[in-house]
Design a protein around this ligand. Structure first.
Ligand SMILES: Nc1ncnc2c1ncn2[C@@H]1O[C@H](COP(=O)(O)OP(=O)(O)O)[C@@H](O)[C@H]1O
Ligand SMILES: [Mg+2]
Length: 368
């Protein structure tokens, strides 16, 4: 059992505040990902959970016990860093065994625990190698091995894959997913990469400038982003945004004026407050299609990427709004052309002037 609760966590470095009132309840055995741009406070929050950094205000509970002032070792957690921090002069076996030697465990017990971790991480045939003789992925596995042997209740990972090349990152994502099943522990994983967040998390915490923007399952965040920030951060290629005039609102949704399409009713819940002036709409590249008629959002194609199964088209809509569309692999499009794009009204996202999303009425059933 290991639940983790953060209550009103605030962190200031001198006068600079970097975390604002963070409240999170993490369930036993959940895989939680903290995601957000560089500098948003992910590492600081993880270090506060680990006990390596003290919160300016607020409390941390692990398994219902307040550990806010407990020493890192007493918290039953283990942290894997981006820099693997292996001892270069020790072989793989000794690197993994290191925390157990420090804890003065009996020799046979150490051997048993290291062998079991090495097996889980497929390092059995590398135990005599020094870190310098290993690939990046193997080194990262050794670092993970060193945290597994301590049998922590909670694993903390800080961008453990960001030093690896793209192909290896993909492989390690799958490895971590498997490892997670065999370890059966609560995991908190920090990354700036939304693909890692989407593929590995049970639930994602999106952070921006020290605040929680949204906490939810990957598909909730994808289909129902609460803010423009989350909408733009989750999903690849990124959501397109366009400022449009709003015309009217009723119980079915809100009518906006789309370039060259004209009035379009978008099925969102409008709040009681009067909606007037400009709104921002969001459309994901994968929701756009080539129009079969002359009517559609006109997009001037600047760059095309033919990926085989699909074609990515980059350009601009309404003068300077950068746009991207994910079209079929053999879509009849050429650079320099102006194409007409359409999307189902239910696929649009609508944001008010504060960047808050209006709740969409028609959303595919969210699978978790
Ligand atoms: N020890 C520190 N002293 C002062 N400022 C810090 C310290 N550590 C982090 N910060 C600042 O806190 C903010 C969040 O940093 P960090 O948690 O490392 O972000 P992330 O991991 O999301 O990139 C940054 O603006 C960073 O400069
Ligand atoms: Mg960081």
């Amino acid at each position: 059992m290991a639940t983790v609760s953060l209550k009103s966590i605030i962190k200031k470095f001198d006068e600079t505040q970097v975390l604002y009132d963070i409240n999170l309840d993490i369930v036993d055995k959940e895989f939680i990902v903290f995601v957000g741009p560089s500098g948003c406070g992910k590492t600081t929050l993880l270090r506060i959970i680990a006990g390596l950094e003290e919160a300016t205000n607020g409390e941390i509970e692990i398994d219902g016990v307040n550990v806010s002032s407990a020493h890192p070792i007493e918290r039953g957690i283990s942290m894997v860093f981006q820099s693997y921090a292996l001892y270069p002069h020790l072989n793989v076996f000794e690197n993994i065994a290191f925390p157990l030697r420090v804890a003065k465990l009996p020799k046979l017990e150490i051997e048993k625990l290291v062998m079991r971790a090495a097996e889980t991480l497929q390092l059995t045939d590398r135990l005599k190698f020094k870190p310098g003789q290993l690939s990046g992925g193997q080194r990262q596995r050794v670092a993970i091995g060193r945290s597994i042997v301590r049998n922590p209740k909670v694993f903390l990972f800080d961008e453990p894959l960001s030093n690896l090349d793209a192909a290896l990152r993909g492989e390690m994502r799958v490895e971590l997913a498997k490892l997670r099943k065999s370890l059966d522990a609560t995991m908190i994983y920090v990354t700036h990469d939304q693909v890692e967040a989407m593929t590995m998390a049970d639930r994602i915490v999106v952070l921006s400038e020290g605040k929680v923007e949204q906490f939810g399952t990957p598909m909730e965040l994808y289909h129902r982003p609460k803010t423009k920030f989350v909408a733009g951060f989750i999903g690849h290629p990124k959501m397109n945004f366009l400022k449009v005039p709003s015309l009217s609102a009723n119980s079915k949704g809100i009518s906006v004026e789309l370039p060259e399409i004209g009035e379009q009713l978008l099925p969102v819940e409008t709040s009681a407050k009067e909606i007037s002036g400009d709104l921002e709409i969001g459309i994901r590249p994968e929701d756009l299609k080539l129009s079969k008629t002359a009517k559609g959002l006109p997009m001037k194609v600047e760059v095309m990427e033919r990926l085989g199964s699909s074609t990515l088209v980059y350009g601009s809509v309404s003068l300077n709004h950068k746009f991207c569309a994910l079209l079929k692999g053999d879509a009849l499009v050429g650079e320099g052309e102006t194409i007409k794009l359409v999307a189902s009204p239910s696929s649009f996202h609508v944001f008010d002037s504060n960047g808050d999303a209006m709740r969409r009425r028609e959303v595919p059933e969210v699978i978790n």
